[in-house]
Design a protein around this ligand. Structure first.
Ligand code: AMP
Length: 183
C-alpha cells in the first residue's frame, strides 16, 4: 500500500496554515482551508487516500461534521461508494442514534440516521475527519458505527496531534491511520 514520501508530506504540511490562539488562547489551530484552495495539495491528498482505500472493499465513508465532510465526500465519490454524514445533535431530520462525548466543559453529542448504512449489518465503513486531537469526537463516531451494527474498518485523519494521544481512545474500536502528524 502506497505511503507518502517525506517531501510530499512536507509539501502537504506546509499547505496547512497554523492559526495561533484560535478559537481560544493557547490553541494552535490547523487551518485546512489553505490545503483545499491549493489544487496541487488537495489533489495529491485525495489521490493518496483513494489509492490507500481502493483495495479495502469499503461500503461507506463516514465523515465527521464538518471538515470530515469535505474529505469524506470527495473520497467516497472517488471510490464509487456511499457517504454518511456524522452530525452534531439536532441537525439530522429523520430518526437518529446518538453518542455523547466529553468536552473540556460539559458534553456534546453526535448522531447518524438509524438507517445510515441501509441496515446492512457488517457494512465496511471508513471513518474520516480532518484532525484528531484528544480523540473524544472520533471515539464517539466509531461507537456510533458499531451501534449501527456496521464495522469501522479504519479511522483516518489528515492530521494527528500525536502528543495528545487521541488514537488511544480508538483502541479496540478501529485501527487509526493519519497522513500527517504533529508530535
Ligand atoms: P478531539 O475530539 O479533541 O479529537 O477534537 C477533534 C475535532 O476538533 C476535529 O473535528 C477537529 O477538526 C477539531 N480540532 C481540535 N483541535 C484542533 C486544532 N488544533 N486545529 C484544528 N481543528 C481542531
Amino acid at each position: 500500500m502506497k505511503t507518502l514520501g517525506s517531501e510530499e508530506k512536507k509539501f502537504l504540511m506546509e499547505s496547512i496554515r497554523d492559526v495561533p490562539d484560535f478559537p481560544k488562547p493557547g490553541i494552535l489551530f490547523k487551518d485546512i482551508t489553505t490545503l483545499l484552495n491549493n489544487p496541487k495539495a488537495y489533489n495529491l491528498l485525495m489521490e493518496h487516500l483513494s489509492e490507500r482505500y481502493a483495495g479495502m472493499d469499503l461500503d461507506y465513508v463516514a465523515g465527521i461534521e464538518s471538515r470530515g465532510f469535505i474529505f469524506g465526500a470527495a473520497l467516497a465519490a472517488k471510490l464509487g461508494i456511499g457517504f454518511v454524514p456524522v452530525r452534531k445533535r439536532g441537525k439530522l431530520p429523520y430518526t437518529t442514534i446518538g453518542e455523547k462525548y466529553a468536552l473540556e466543559y460539559g458534553v456534546d453529542e453526535i448522531e447518524i440516521h438509524i438507517d445510515a448504512f441501509n441496515n446492512r449489518e457488517g457494512a465496511r465503513v471508513l471513518l474520516i475527519d480532518d484532525l484528531i486531537a484528544t480523540g473524544g469526537t472520533a471515539e464517539a463516531a466509531a461507537k456510533l458505527i458499531k451501534d449501527a451494527r456496521a464495522e469501522c474498518v479504519e479511522a483516518c485523519f489528515i492530521i494527528n496531534l500525536t502528543f495528545l494521544n487521541g488514537a488511544e481512545k480508538l483502541k479496540g474500536l478501529a485501527p487509526v491511520y493519519h497522513v500527517l502528524e504533529v508530535v
